[in-house]
Design a protein around this ligand. Structure first.
Ligand SMILES: Cc1cc2nc3c(=O)[nH]c(=O)nc-3n(C[C@H](O)[C@H](O)[C@H](O)COP(=O)(O)O)c2cc1C
Length: 244
């Protein structure tokens, strides 16, 4: 095993995970931050947030050499943007098209990938965005990781606080009310799901890159409902993010 860098505190080999996202009004950014926080729970994970900004798009072309360099040295890339008109946001699409250069050299081949999106409606056609992101990852030769959590809010006792409350597996879906600012972005369940997804991606990246043993976190439907109920009962952070 070749390890260039070691996290001395945890004695774990290093991996680099980058969450690359676009957000017009800040709701998707909150999701990106929670995802990054989850990824940081994995020993050895160096986690970056890279924002795709509208001002870096000129005549329909996005360019930011620093972000492209960061992505090239990342082991996993998580893509996120709001759902706008049932599609990835225009700014994020400009970024995707700019990935034509690493596409031609297969620079991102066999990096791990995941995706997330935010919208105002419960469905809002978010699946179309996750499909676009997953196809993009496939074109780049990447290995896609889904959410892997049981669905929530699909029974009489369910609520917005449930883990995976929108029942999405291809990638992470979150919903924010159209009349509320980013400080209310998503639900507590969405934020926990984002953290769990980030932790899952980073953990699997450690296994993929450094052959670090990975314990699959299995949360049964019963355990998921108990976690969601504890979210409703407490104001503080739940003790168990992993369900372990
Ligand atoms: C031009 C536009 C198109 C939108 N299209 C959709 C849509 O197709 N489905 C949906 O549920 N919400 C839609 N929304 C709502 C946004 O997805 C929602 O406000 C989201 O939280 C914005 O995220 P942001 O703050 O990260 O930009 C749209 C909003 C705008 C401004």
């Amino acid at each position: 095993m070749t390890v260039n860098d070691v996290d001395r505190e945890h004695e774990a080999p290093m991996i680099t995970v980058t969450v690359v996202y676009h957000s017009v009004h800040g709701h998707t950014r909150i999701l990106a931050e929670h995802l990054a926080d989850g990824a940081r729970l994995v020993p050895g994970a160096r986690v970056h947030l890279a924002e795709i900004r509208a001002e870096d798009v000129t005549a329909g072309r996005w360019h930011d050499a620093e972000v492209l360099a960061l992505l090239e040295r990342s082991d996993a890339i998580v893509f996120g943007c709001p759902t706008l008109m049932g599609s990835v946001s225009a700014v994020f699409k400009a970024f995707m098209e700019a990935a034509f250069t690493p596409f031609t050299t297969q620079a991102w081949k066999d990096k791990l990938a995941g995706g997330f999106t935010m919208s105002a409606s419960q469905s809002g056609d978010k699946l179309a965005v996750l499909e676009q992101l997953a196809v993009f990852g496939a074109q780049m030769g990447m290995q896609w990781i889904g959410v892997g959590d049981m669905p929530g809010n699909n029974w009489s006792g369910g609520s917005r606080d449930d883990v995976n409350r929108l029942g999405s597996w291809l990638g992470l879906m979150s919903q924010s009310h159209a009349d509320q600012g980013p400080e209310h972005a998503g639900s507590r369940g969405d934020r926990i799901t984002a953290r769990r997804y980030g932790e899952r991606i980073a953990g699997l990246t450690q296994r993929w890159v450094n052959a670090v043993p990975y314990d699959t976190s299995r949360m049964t439907e019963h355990e998921a409902r108990a976690l969601s109920a504890s979210l409703r009962e407490t104001d503080g952070a739940p003790a168990a993010l992993t369900g372990a």
